[in-house]
Design a binder for this molecule. Structure first.
Ligand SMILES: Nc1ncnc2c1ncn2[C@@H]1O[C@H](COP(=O)(O)OP(=O)(O)OP(=O)(O)O)[C@@H](O)[C@H]1O
Ligand SMILES: [Mg+2]
Length: 311
C-alpha cells in the first residue's frame, strides 16, 4: 500500500443478516486531506466509520489506518485516531475541562503540556467561559463543540467526525469548520460525515457520495461536477462577449478544444482537458489582450441532487 495514504479501504462490506449496509467501499485518503462522506440517511456513512475505527467488524474487505488494521490492532488505531461519534458521550458529572483532562491523560499527553493544550482548545471552540461548568448542564451545541476539543486533545494523526456541526449555531459552525481546516494544515487527515453540502464544499478536498451502501462517486468537487454535469468536459469561460472568426478558428485548433459558444456576455470553450493556458496564449497572440480564463466551478448541492434525483 502507498505510504502517503493514511486511510485505505478495499471492498469494505458490512452485512446485517441479508441486508448489506456497506457494499464494497474503496477509500484512499492521503495525509492532510479533508474527505467528506455525503449521502442520505441510512446510506452507510456511520457504518463505514465504525468499521474504520474498529468498533464494528467488517463482513468482508480490508482496512489500513496509518498502516494499522483496526480489527486486529484496535488500540494502536485508537491512539492515533480521534473520533467524534454521531451521539457524543461525556461524563455529565465532570466539567468540560475535567472531561478533556481525562481524555488527554488516557492518551498519554504529558500533564504539564496538557493544561495549556486544554486552555487553548476550550478557547478555540468557544467554551472558555463555560470550561468549569458540569457537562451535564451543557446544551447540545455546547457538547458538540466540546466533542471537537475532545478529538483534538489527543493530538491525533487522523480525525474522524460524524456530523460535527449538527445542532451548532451558524457562528459555531463557522468556528468548527475553521478548526477542522486548521487540522488539515497541521497534516492531520480528516474524515467528516455531513449533510451540510455547502460547508462540506468549503472545507473538503475530496468527497465520497454514498447511496445504498455504495460510494457512487468520489473525488474533488471539480472532478465530480465535470463527470456528473458536463459529461467529463471542461467549460472554460472567456470574459469576452464576441470573439472574431479568426480567433475562434485558432481556438478550435488547440488540441482538446471541442466547441465554442457565446453565453450571455462571455464565451465558453468546451474542451476535453483544462486548456486555459493554451487559450490565454491564443487570445494574446491574436488580440494582444491578456485575458484571464476561468474554469467553470460547480456547486456540490447541484452534483448531489443529480445523483439522488435520478435514483
Ligand atoms: N446494528 C445494526 N443492525 C441492523 N442494521 C443496521 C445497524 N446499524 C445500521 N444499520 C442499517 O444500516 C444502514 C446504514 O446505516 P448508517 O447508520 O451507516 O447510515 P448513515 O449513512 O450514517 O445515515 P445518517 O445520515 O442517518 O447518519 C441503515 O439502513 C441502517 O438501518
Ligand atoms: Mg450516520
Amino acid at each position: 500500500m502507498n505510504n502517503n495514504k493514511v486511510i485505505e479501504a478495499q471492498n469494505l462490506t458490512k452485512k446485517y443478516g441479508k441486508f448489506v449496509a456497506v457494499d464494497s467501499v474503496n477509500l484512499s485518503i492521503g495525509e492532510g486531506e479533508v474527505f467528506g462522506f455525503l449521502g442520505p440517511n441510512g446510506a452507510g456513512k456511520t457504518t463505514t466509520i465504525l468499521m474504520l475505527m474498529g468498533f464494528s467488524e467488517p463482513s468482508a474487505g480490508s482496512i489500513k489506518i496509518t498502516g494499522y488494521n483496526p480489527a486486529r490492532e484496535p488500540i494502536k488505531v485508537k491512539k492515533v485516531v480521534g473520533y467524534m461519534p454521531e451521539r457524543i458521550g461525556f461524563y455529565d458529572d465532570l466539567t468540560a475541562r475535567e472531561n478533556l483532562r481525562y481524555t488527554g491523560r488516557l492518551n498519554g499527553i504529558e500533564t504539564k503540556k496538557l493544561n495549556a493544550v486544554i486552555d487553548r482548545l476550550l478557547e478555540d471552540v468557544g467554551l472558555k467561559d463555560k470550561a468549569d461548568q458540569l457537562v451535564g448542564k451543557y446544551s447540545h451545541g455546547m457538547k458538540q463543540r466540546l466533542g471537537i476539543a475532545d478529538v483534538m486533545v489527543k493530538q491525533p494523526r487522523v480525525a474522524i467526525f460524524d456530523e460535527p456541526t449538527s445542532g451548532i449555531d451558524p457562528e459555531g459552525t463557522d468556528q468548527v469548520l475553521s478548526l477542522i481546516q486548521n487540522m488539515a494544515k497541521e497534516k492531520i487527515t480528516v474524515l467528516i460525515s455531513s449533510h451540510q453540502l455547502h460547508q462540506v464544499q468549503k472545507i473538503c478536498t475530496q468527497v465520497g457520495i454514498f447511496s445504498n451502501g455504495k460510494i457512487v462517486a468520489s473525488g474533488s468537487v471539480d472532478k465530480l461536477g465535470r463527470e456528473a454535469l458536463r459529461k467529463g468536459k471542461f467549460n472554460i469561460i472567456l470574459p469576452i462577449a464576441q470573439v472574431a472568426t479568426n480567433v475562434r478558428d485558432d481556438i478550435l485548433r488547440i488540441p482538446g478544444a471541442v466547441s465554442i459558444d457565446n453565453v450571455a456576455d462571455s464565451t465558453v470553450v468546451v474542451a476535453d482537458d483544462n486548456i486555459s493556458k493554451a487559450l490565454e496564449e491564443v487570445v494574446y497572440k491574436s488580440t494582444g489582450l491578456k485575458v484571464q480564463m476561468k474554469v467553470e466551478e460547480f456547486e456540490l448541492e447541484e452534483i448531489y441532487m443529480k445523483y439522488f434525483k435520478e435514483s
